[in-house]
Design a binder for this molecule. Structure first.
Ligand code: HEC
Length: 243
């Protein structure tokens, strides 16, 4: 009985934990990263173009894009690396913390581990959570990350983005019904794909070995299946004479 009670308590703690992680009351849109190399390559390009101006990935080297994702050195150098960095360098923003504080009132945090800390669904919901707010310095607020100093740099990410962001309601709207997305507007396909690429890339960047592990998985399973078959054949051979 005690064991059951302990199990229930642990399960409840887990639930409480995840509710807390969801944070600040806004419901999250759920999202699983897509670790296909194609998606991750697109995400890396998008990150370099739209985010690297402010955010670093100080634990992630450009070289990973060649080693893990099969990009060529030339592609990485031409499309992603800005200025004087070498392919062995980490992806560092050229904006200093001081500049960030001066311009935005907050440092743009390093995003190396953000996917582990916040989770992909939080980042996905946050990037899609900007809504108009005339009281804020940037003109935007965020349902998932209230009073965030980050401007809505996704507004011009795709042609559908302005229409979407202009229709995101402030928090409290459509919530309390229990339905996850309540009255949140549907995310247009093109914008959804771009944001998924970005979040998938951040998830991969926080744990680059995920790509190698995934491509190894089928081989390991295949090997185990073959081993199982051989073991069975050997067993049959041994037992044939016994019966
Ligand atoms: C103009 C500068 C700027 C750009 C460009 C920018 N951000 Fe930000 N971002 C910020 C600032 C500043 C914060 C900190 C906000 C705060 O703490 O109030 C932030 C916070 C975040 C956070 C929350 C981190 C945390 O855990 O607290 C995430 C995730 C994020 N940005 C992702 C992105 C992505 C993805 C892009 C590219 C699409 C991007 N940002 C582009 C300035 C920027």
């Amino acid at each position: 009985m005690r064991i059951v009670a302990a199990a229930v308590a642990i399960a409840l703690l887990g639930l409480a934990g995840s509710a807390f992680a969801a944070g600040e009351g806004a419901s999250l849109r759920s999202m699983d990263p897509d670790y296909s190399k194609e998606t991750l390559r697109e995400g890396a390009r998008s990150f370099a173009n739209n985010c690297l101006g402010c955010h670093s990935l100080s634990r992630f080297r450009y070289r990973n894009l060649v080693d893990d994702l099969g990009m060529t050195k030339q592609e990485v150098e031409q499309d992603l690396m800005k200025g004087t960095v070498s392919i062995n360098d980490h992806m560092e923003s050229s904006m200093t913390e001081e500049q960030a504080r001066d311009w935005f009132g907050a440092a743009a945090p390093d995003l190396s581990l953000v996917s582990r800390v916040r989770g992909p669904s939080w980042i996905y919901s946050m990037l899609l959570g900007f809504h108009r707010d005339s009281d804020s310095a940037t003109g935007w607020n965020n349902r998932v990350f209230p009073q965030a100093a980050m401007p809505n740099v996704l507004y011009n990410l795709t042609p559908e983005a302005p229409g979407y962001y202009d229709s995101v309601p402030p928090p409290g709207h459509g919530e309390g019904s229990g339905a996850d997305n309540g009255e949140l507007p549907e995310v247009p396909e093109g914008l959804d794909a771009e944001v998924r690429e970005l979040v998938s890339f951040l998830a991969y960047a926080s744990d680059p070995s995920v790509v190698a592990r995934r491509s190894l998985g089928p081989w390991v399973l295949g090997f185990l299946a073959l081993l199982g078959l051989l073991t069975y054949l050997v067993k049959r051979e041994y037992w044939r004479d016994v019966h």
